[in-house]
Structures are given as C-alpha cells and as structure tokens.
Design a protein around this ligand. Structure first.
Ligand SMILES: [Zn+2]
Length: 173
C-alpha cells in the first residue's frame, strides 16, 4: 500500500508478523530504505522488486521490529542504522518505551518514523524492561518542538501528525 508521496520520496507500509507491525519502505528514485523489518522477509522483499535496497533503519530492538533484520542484513550486506547515502534524515533519541528508541526524521518531506514511541492517539507502553516514564516525558517534550504539520508514521496503526498528538501529551502521566 502506497501511503504518501511527498516530493519525490515514496512511503510504503507492509504489515508483518502476527502482531501486524508496520514495516516501512521509503523509496527515492530506485533506491529503498527499510524501516523496522519486523517479520515475514519474503513479504517485505516482494515489495522491493526493481528497487535497490541501500539501508535499514531500526527504531528499537524489540522482537516485533527485528524479526527479518538478519535476513536483510546478511543478504544485502547492510548494517542497520549506518549512514545511508542519498537519504537526508535526522536521528532523534526518544527513549521511554525502550532505552534504545529512536525516531527518524526526514526534514525535506516532513515525515517522522516513531516506532513504538508515539502512536495515533497514544504513546508506547513504559512497563517493559528499559521503559521509563521520565524519559518518555522528555522525549515528548523534544518532539513537541518540531513543526506541527510533520506526519508521524508509528510502529503500529495509522499515521498522524504532531499537531494532532501534542494536546494529549500531558494526559498520559
Ligand atoms: Zn517496542
């Protein structure tokens, strides 16, 4: 399913695993970046036809986001979260759901991939190992400072915007 065409970048979402996590394929011309290859490598790979896989980004290392990671790292000789040529993005540390939670921000297209940190209408759970309420509050404060019309693509469920989510932040604690 093609979700969004912002400028030349295209974003596809593939639902993977029994939890139906969002795996994103971000493409520019014929180059593709995978975000959170959670499971079902063949299903993901079938969406990569005609594209050159140039990078893998992981929002965090929970099992439902990394199930197909080693498949792609080994087959395409890539290492996740290494710098990716031709793709312009910023890595923001957003712990709270897990210690290693990252948000990837593509400023030209104004899109963010938030993993399990921030969803439409809710935030990530904080009761798993590495979860932390204070860090979550700090991460939300950080994200608040970005522009309102940035689209958020979470690890589960539909996309949203900073504008829509921001008013709820103070009710989560
Ligand atoms: Zn998680």
């Amino acid at each position: 399913m093609v979700l969004e065409k912002r400028d030349k970048m295209q974003i596809k979402c593939v639902l993977v695993g029994y939890l139906q996590a969002n795996c994103y394929i971000v493409t520019q011309q014929n180059k593709a970046v995978l975000i959170d290859p959670g499971d079902e490598p063949e299903k993901i790979e079938s969406e990569l036809q005609g594209l050159e896989l140039v990078g893998i980004l992981l929002t965090h290392s929970h099992f439902d986001h990394i199930g197909a990671l080693s498949y792609f790292e080994e087959k395409y000789r890539l290492k996740h979260n290494n710098k990716i040529k031709n793709f312009d993005y910023e890595t923001i540390e957003t712990p709270g759901h897990s210690k290693d939670s990252l948000t990837f921000y593509f400023p030209k297209e104004k899109v963010m991939f938030t993993g399990d940190f921030l969803f439409q209408g809710t935030i990530g759970r904080m009761d798993l190992p590495g979860g932390n309420e204070i860090e979550m509050q700090e991460s939300l404060e950080k994200i608040k400072k970005y522009e309102d019309d940035i689209i958020l693509y979470p690890g589960y469920g539909p996309s949203t915007t900073i504008n829509k989510e921001k008013p709820r932040f103070s009710y989560y604690f």
